[in-house]
Ligand binder design. Structure first.
Ligand code: EPU
Length: 421
């Protein structure tokens, strides 16, 4: 298993290009299942999760080719040969459950493995099931698989979600594009990845209004056609690299960065003493003066502070002046980076969903272990600012969501290398 060795060595300066969004691409790819005609995605990120989704779609009979070094995904679901998403693939990546809605809409039946537990929380699928049942699907659990069918086809309905789940919104919106009649989804998630999915579906001929608001209305159509769509910028990769100059000092421009994707995060950076300016090409980030100030952070669905940036923000706050309180409201077990940061000299106490971070002057390098995707990158950020060497093991987590992380950080002056093992 590979590791990453980081040596803290002062300010970072230069530019980092931001890739297309992993979580947008993972919902855009299953959209190919809705149409017999080709769907092409440009600006796709080069990540292991994208390869996993590729394998899943291919196992269903879709053709998926990665072109231009993986930045373009050419997909065609003309002939689907299977309607079963196998446990072997689904257990590797929860986003596999996003094939459920499209398959049900296109084929009238689908069998999708339940993903099982996950490092950051239980993550059940009840909200997905309720949403699809509202459209008339019959779903039962047998042998660890959800067996879903819609004998008379899906029918539009009014449905209010109990919680604005990102994945359940995506599954229901995709399914409703081919349902008969009108669907109104209330308390829908508003994440930019959902807006991006709707833009793509609209390019495929879907009739949808209200994306980015809590109410999405979908007028079912008989069929969707082919399209080419550019994947939106990855707001979490963006926020992660914005923290690099925030933690180390210097000035870094994030190419392709957009404020509207991360408003709540930028507000917290400002309160901590980090300047963010819009440029022609993206966003420029620098630390005002001296140590950053402590700030309190509560994770919330979009447009609130994203849970996917909580671990990285904690890395920053470990060296802030004062005490910060971080509340994790989306996942019940998303502080596994805290004990690892503690190994580096951070002072963190976790009680349930609340972490209290007492800032120290400087972290110290240590061998640490990545526990999930965002936790692993928070340890790299902490290592960039720590005294001495930090060896982050189990970096396969990182490869799921960050392309070329070593090259991107090296380009702005970080001392970082991947050690094969
Ligand atoms: N939930 C339920 N029942 C459901 C669905 C969700 O209880 O049927 C709960 C989950 O257990 C969780 C909360 O609702 O506690 C939020 O889950 P949501 O469905 O909104 O998230 P998701 O679709 O599973 C996506 C991202 C996550 C990101 C969350 C929240 C993808 C592929 N994944 O997950 O990304 O944290 O939204 O923004 O889009 C990551 O990239 O590191 C990552 C974990």
């Amino acid at each position: 298993m590979d590791s990453i060795l980081v040596t803290g060595n002062g300010p970072l300066n230069g530019q980092i290009p931001i890739a297309g969004a992993k979580n947008a691409c993972l919902t855009l790819m299953p959209a190919t299942l809705l149409s017999e005609e080709p769907l092409t995605l440009t600006n796709a990120p080069r990540l292991s999760d994208i390869k996993t989704m590729t394998l899943l779609l291919q196992s269903l009979g879709a053709e998926v080719s990665a072109l231009q070094d993986g930045k373009v995904l050419a997909m065609s679901s003309h002939d689907l040969t299977s309607h079963t998403a196998d446990y072997d693939i689904v257990r590797k990546m929860r986003a596999s459950n996003l094939v459920l809605g499209p398959m049900l809409a296109r084929l009238g039946h689908a069998v999708v493995s339940l993903p099982g537990g996950c490092a950051i929380g239980a993550r059940p699928m009840d909200l997905h099931i309720e949403a699809l049942e509202a459209l008339g699907a019959e779903i039962e659990l047998r042998d660890g698989y959800l067996h879903a069918k819609a004998p008379g086809g899906l029918k539009g309905a009014v449905h209010e979600m109990r919680f604005a789940s990102v994945g359940a919104t995506e599954n229901m919106v995709m399914a409703a594009t081919l349902a008969k009649g009108t669907t109104v989804l209330k308390n829908a998630a508003r994440e930019p990845e959902i807006v991006d999915l709707v833009r793509c579906l609209r390019a495929m001929g879907a009739q949808i209004a209200g994306e980015g608001t809590p109410t999405i209305e979908i007028q079912g159509v008989d069929r969707l056609h082919g399209a080419t769509h550019q994947v939106v910028t990855d707001r979490i990769e963006l926020g992660t690299y914005m923290l690099a100059p925030a933690i180390c000092g210097g000035e870094v421009e994030l190419l392709g960065g957009r404020l509207d994707l991360i408003g709540a995060f930028v507000e917290k950076l400002d309160a901590a003493g980090i300047d963010v300016a819009e440029t022609d090409k993206g966003l420029k980030v620098s630390r005002r003066n001296g140590r950053v100030s402590a700030v309190d952070v509560t994770t919330e669905p979009f447009p609130g502070f994203p849970t996917d940036l909580q671990a990285q923000m904690m890395a920053l706050l470990c060296t802030a002046e004062g005490t910060s309180v971080l509340e994790e409201k989306i996942f019940e077990n998303r502080f596994m980076h805290a004990p690892e940061l503690t190994r580096m000299g951070a002072r963190i106490e976790v009680h349930g969903g609340t972490a209290t971070v007492r800032g120290v002057e400087r972290l110290k390098g240590a061998p640490v272990m990545a526990t999930d995707l965002r936790a692993s990158v928070s340890l790299i950020l902490a290592g960039l600012a720590a005294e001495g060497e930090t060896l982050v093991s189990r970096v396969y987590h990182l490869d799921r969501g960050y392309e070329h992380v070593v090259q991107k950080l090296e380009a702005v002056g970080a001392k970082i290398e991947r050690i094969k093992g």
